[in-house]
Design a protein around this ligand. Structure first.
Ligand code: NAD
Length: 248
């Protein structure tokens, strides 16, 4: 991997940095010179991450999020990676499933961005949300709650981009296609119960990808590093699909 020091001097916060895309984002921002403060619901997953600080943090806990954000005098970049996939149609989505989806995926974005923006606004900087192509971008089977919540994340990101344009705080949403992560592997195992084998379940996810393969967390992280850098200084309010051709 070729990296630059283009994030040197920047202070970056990353949520859900314990595994998958969030972990790769934290590692990439560190590799590009940022001072990264990483958090995850499961603090043990942050072991071994060479971050400036690691914190066990439930991004849906407003008091805890406010306390975390309050520790930093200044923040230049936030990458919010928290999300939860409910598998099901609207009829298969109970009110509790729906509420859980909205709380983890959409409310966490509201809570974290609201807490961190005051630390970015004085000097300007960037907020990157991890949304999904399963959102307002495209409908996928069995993604009723997930698609709605991620569409909300995109709407919130674009509204904030408009509100904070004058403050030079840029907001962009990254929309991955299907990415090989620990939770995807869990979904494949779950689907294998009805399809008969892990191979059949994995094939179903790969078949959704015109590129013929799953994405990697590192392929999403590189885009996030770009968006956090001054290379993206004229870019805000954008929905960046990184999806192996789904939205061609
Ligand atoms: N993997 C994919 O195919 C894919 C595709 C599109 C979008 N996404 C989105 O990318 C993000 C990361 O997904 P992934 O599959 O790479 O990772 P993952 O689902 O494997 O890991 C998610 C991490 O989030 C943490 N987490 C869960 N709830 C949390 C909370 N309330 N507060 C703080 N941390 C919490 C978990 O402990 C875990 O470390 C999610 O927002 C997901 O919706 C993933």
């Amino acid at each position: 991997m070729t990296t630059t020091e283009r994030l040197a001097g920047k202070i970056a916060l990353v949520t859900a940095a314990g595994q998958g895309i969030g972990r790769a984002v934290a590692e990439r921002l560190i590799a590009e010179g940022a001072q990264v403060h990483a958090s995850d619901l499961n603090g043990a997953l942050l072991d071994g991450l060479p971050a400036a600080s690691v914190t066990a943090l439930d991004a849906t806990d407003e008091a805890a999020v406010n306390a975390w954000a309050g520790r930093f005098a200044r923040v230049d970049a936030l990458v919010h990676c928290v999300g939860y996939v409910h598998h099901g149609t609207i009829e298969e989505c109970s009110p509790a499933d729906w509420r859980r989806s909205m709380t983890i995926t959409l409310d966490s974005a509201y809570t974290v961005i609201r807490a961190v923006v005051p630390k970015i606004r004085p000097q300007g900087g960037s907020v990157t949300t991890i949304a999904s192509v399963a959102s307002s971008t495209k409908g996928f089977p069995k993604r009723a709650a997930y698609g709605a919540a991620k569409a909300g994340v995109i709407g919130l990101t674009k509204a904030c981009a408009a509100d904070y344009l004058a403050d030079k705080v840029r907001f962009n949403a990254v929309c991955p296609g299907t990415v090989d992560s620990p939770s995807l592997r869990g979904r494949i195992e779950e689907l294998a119960k009805s399809l008969g084998s892990i191979e059949a379940a994995r094939k179903m996810f790969i078949d959704r990808q015109p590129a013929g393969r799953l994405g990697t967390p590192e392929e999403i992280a590189g885009i996030c590093a770009f968006l956090a850098s001054d290379d993206a200084v004229f870019m805000t309010g954008q929905v960046v699909n990184v999806d192996g051709g789904i939205t061609i």
